[in-house]
Design a protein around this ligand. Structure first.
Ligand code: ADP
Length: 498
């Protein structure tokens, strides 16, 4: 490993493909990013061109290497992290996709999934896959393509057509069609994978009439998948994981009880629950965590639909701020929100409420309420929603966490982080490197090939940028949370039939 200087992380996201070269200290040595086309054939439908996913990912990786004159022999391994659930079917003989990638956001299979639920499959699917049946997951998307491309089901049965999530598609192309594989975390988002037995589930496959022959082999996230000769010399592909799970790994969330919270456009929280497979009563999902062992840990996952998007709303629709970071100064200009609560339920409320018809609500307005209060109430709503997820997770796991590790664009907001710490009564640790998703993919690959010898070496890289300690009285905290609960009730009440 002496001559190996870097690990490459391929971070294939929903709107862009990125490549980052990390060194042993986990520092970013080179990074290149390129956006690609979002295809919207109809309202609610979202597609990507798989060839564009592949070409942009190749392009950014080569550029990132060239930028610092990195040679293939200096690369210890490649780790992949990707947008989850997005579904690609391709022809083995030509290597060409038979349809565009159907993106996780695409709602075209909603009716199919509603029918499944009406037929009483919900509990069974939950027990096997840890998921609540939804159009997000790959199963319905695979069936949709098989139903719409004539002859494809028979061809898939003969092994002529393969299915993969984006990681599989990249591995297939990187190895020139030699390897058809995925990892536990990506498999656990297909709604076809039994997370108890770690096998594809015949009963759900039969329901969707998806031939087993088209499915990839499933391995631990840190695993020697194969090698690629696409960059000159041979480079091992030694890691693959879905983006949220990769981020938890990148935050060194290796042990049970570790939690990370991502403040991006939406919000995502993941808790490592170890060998404990917890089925949530609050509508959190149960999924597999990324790891290097044969037997992966379980994780609880919750999401907030509107997080940073509420700040964008202040900027683009309300026109109250010019840039997202500006929100912080407004928050600090006042002592509190003047009694105002804003519930940004623009597209309903997720866990733990699950009220799809709830809508955005502003309560507590008085004559003295100013723009500062309004902005502060919006920023605080990110923390309240995150706190709801955190409380649900702590309740159900029975674990109290040592600290909440944060990342994502809005975690740069110091006011928000302090308020989160206050309202949740928890210590918050924000790392220096908030590229945790890519870093997680790099760690998985690097640990697998021995670039990092063990997890302690990796942990030593985790540099805390800033810590936020709770500083609010219990009395005030309780009073604020009561106000939030009432505001949420209003958002839900508004949606109810007369
Ligand atoms: P994504 O990966 O979902 O595109 P990012 O992690 O890049 O999201 O975060 C971008 C989001 O963070 C945007 O919604 C933006 O409004 C918000 N954001 C960025 N900086 C700040 C800040 N200083 N304060 C509040 N919100 C911010």
């Amino acid at each position: 490993m002496e001559n190996k200087k870097y690990i490459i992380a391929m971070d294939q996201g929903t709107t862009s493909s990125r490549a980052i070269l990390f060194d042993k200290k986990g520092e970013v040595k080179s990074a290149v990013q390129r956006e690609f086309r979002q295809i919207y054939p109809k309202a609610g439908w979202v597609e990507h061109d798989p060839m564009e996913i592949w070409s942009t990912q190749m392009g950014v990786t080569m550029e990132a290497m060239q930028k610092i004159d990195a040679l293939p022999e200096e690369i210890a391994a490649i780790g992949i992290t990707n947008q989850r659930e997005t579904t690609i079917l391709w022809d083995v003989a030509t290597g060409k996709p038979i349809y565009n990638a159907i993106v996780w956001q695409c709602r075209r299979t909603s009716d199919m999934i509603e029918k499944m639920k009406a037929e009483g499959w919900t509990d069974k699917v939950r027990e096997k896959t840890g998921l609540i049946p939804d159009a997000y997951f790959s199963a319905g998307k695979i069936a949709w393509i098989l139903n719409h491309i004539p002859g494809s089901r028979e061809r898939a049965r003969r092994g002529e057509i393969k299915f993969g999530t984006v990681d599989s598609w990249l591995i297939w192309n990187l190895t020139n069609g030699a390897v058809h594989a995925t990892d536990y975390t990506n498999a656990s988002r297909t709604m076809l994978f039994d997370i108890r037995t770690l096998t594809w589930d015949d009963e759900i496959l039969a329901y969707f009439d998806i031939p087993r022959e088209m499915l990839p082999a499933v391995h631990p996230s840190g695993f020697r998948y194969g090698t690629t000769a696409r960059f000159g010399g041979e480079i091992p592909i030694a890691g693959a994981a879905g983006d949220q799970q990769a981020a938890l790994f990148g935050q060194c969330g290796f042990e049970p009880g570790a939690v990370k919270s991502t403040y991006g456009t939406g919000g995502f929280m993941l808790m490592n629950t170890g060998e404990n497979k917890i089925l949530s009563k609050n509508g959190l999902l149960t999924t597999l965590a990324a790891g290097t062992d044969e037997r992966p840990h379980y994780a609880l996952e919750g999401s907030v639909f509107i997080a940073g998007a509420a700040i964008q709303w202040l900027r683009d629709e309300m026109r109250m701020i010019r840039s997202s970071p500006q929100s912080e100064a407004y928050c600090n200009a006042v002592e509190d929100t003047g009694g105002v609560y804003i519930v940004p339920a623009f597209s309903g409320l997720g866990a733990p409420y699950w009220q799809q018809y709830a809508r955005g609500t502003i309560v507590g307005l008085t004559r003295g309420v100013s723009k500062d209060h309004f902005i502060r109430a919006t920023v605080e709503s990110l923390a309240y929603q995150t706190n709801d997820l955190l409380s649900a997770m702590q309740d159900e796991s029975g674990m109290s966490l040592a600290a909440l590790k944060v990342d994502g664009g809005a975690s740069a907001n110091n006011f928000l982080m302090q308020f989160q710490s206050d309202i949740s009564g928890v210590r918050i640790e924000r790392p220096n490197c908030i590229e945790t998703t890519a870093l997680g993919a790099a760690y998985l690959a690097g640990l697998t090939v021995g670039y990092w010898r063990n997890k302690d070496e990796v942990r030593a890289n985790w540099q805390c940028g800033r810590v936020f300690e709770p500083a609010m009285t219990e009395e005030k905290r309780k009073a604020l949370l009561r106000g939030w609960e009432k505001a949420v009730k209003c958002a839900i009440y508004y949606a109810q039939e007369e």
